[in-house]
Each structure stands twice: as C-alpha cells, then as structure tokens.
Design a protein around this ligand. Sequence first.
Ligand SMILES: [Zn+2]
Length: 230
Amino acid sequence: MNDDINNTNNTIAAQNTANQQERFDIKTHEVMLYDSFEGADFSRSEVRRMKWGIGFVSDVLLMLKESVHLDNHRGNDTMVKAYKGAIDGFHRHVEKRRFICAGVRLHTIGDFYAHSNFIDIYSLYAREHGLSMEKDVLPGFSKLMDDDRFLSFAKSQGELRTGTYGLISDLIEKIFKTKPKPGSHTLMNLDSNKSINGGKPFAPGADFTKHEAGVYVATQECKLLLQRIL
Ligand SMILES: [Zn+2]
C-alpha cells in the first residue's frame, strides 16, 4: 500500500519474531492489522487511525473496558452477541469515518481469540468430527456463530466464555502468588506462547500452538472485515 506502513510492518514483525510473540499485546494487534489491509480499500491515514484504535486506544485508554477486551463474558449467546457487535460496530464506524473507533472493534475481534475458549473448543470439535487440523484451514468464529452443530457442541463443553479478570483478584494473585483459579484469564488466555494455555499445542501432535492458531484466525477475520466480505 505504501512504504511507510510496510516499513513499520516489517519493524513490528521483526520485533515480534524477536519476542517470539510473547503477548497478544499492542504489537500483535498492530501486526494483525498490517497483515490484513492488503487489497482493502483504505487510505494510508485511515489505516493509521485504525492502528491507533487497535493498539494504544484499546490497550491504554480503554484498558479496563470489558466490552473491548471481552473478559468476564460467559455463555454462547453472550459471546455471539459480542462478536456480532464488534463486526457491526466496525462497519458502522467505517461508514461514519471514525477509523480509530473501527480499530477498537478490530481489537475486540483479536481478543475474542486470545481471551476465549473458542480455540480450545474448536480443537475438540474438529477432532471429534474428523475435520482438518491444519492451521490454514481453521475457520473464524464468523463461520460458526450461526452453526447449531458447533454451538451445541460448545454447550456440551460448558459453553463459550472468556476468562475472569479483575484488578483485585489479579493483585491478590500477584502479591500472594496464589494459584490462578480455573476459568481465570491467567489460566485460559492465549495471549502469548509463554502463557500457560497459549504455549500448548493446538491439538496433540500439532506443530503450532494455541496462541499461533488464535493469531492466525484473528488475522483472517480482520482481512475479511477490511475487505468488507464479512
Ligand atoms: Zn485487549
């Protein structure tokens, strides 16, 4: 699209490789955006404004906003509503040329995969139904959110949800070094290859981690959104 963004992209990608994608952090979100816009009809300044939204604005200014990061969400219906809300919000903001706000919605799409049990449940679902376990055929949630077969499978696994996350419990965990609770953000998140769950293989014998599966699917969904296919 242009050298400026391509250069930033390369720098970020290089830093990320150096960090071995330690966190689904600002950089991971920004790379997700830069890996997505090719072929999309947005100008340099529009993508730059989305970059502010997906990164700094979401992770710093809106750090505590649950609707952005999807922590503490529980149940298939809640998760479907949140995901559809992010998709609709993206298009609505783009229409009104509020590109920073559109970027915030892309952050939510990324966090859906980093903070929920979708990847875990899909891994079990694919194994049980004999579907391909290759990374490049993993479907985004947009392909499954209206699929009754998948949603009832998720229900049988305790439903889709994100981890519990709160300043007080986090603080207690840190100060007293207590064991993280089952269902907590700490145990569930796929933020990085170094997180407890994110570093595990996508499925037994898979050559990619759950974190890498999450980044891959999130980027594909971002691409569809930016090309207005989704
Ligand atoms: Zn987030």
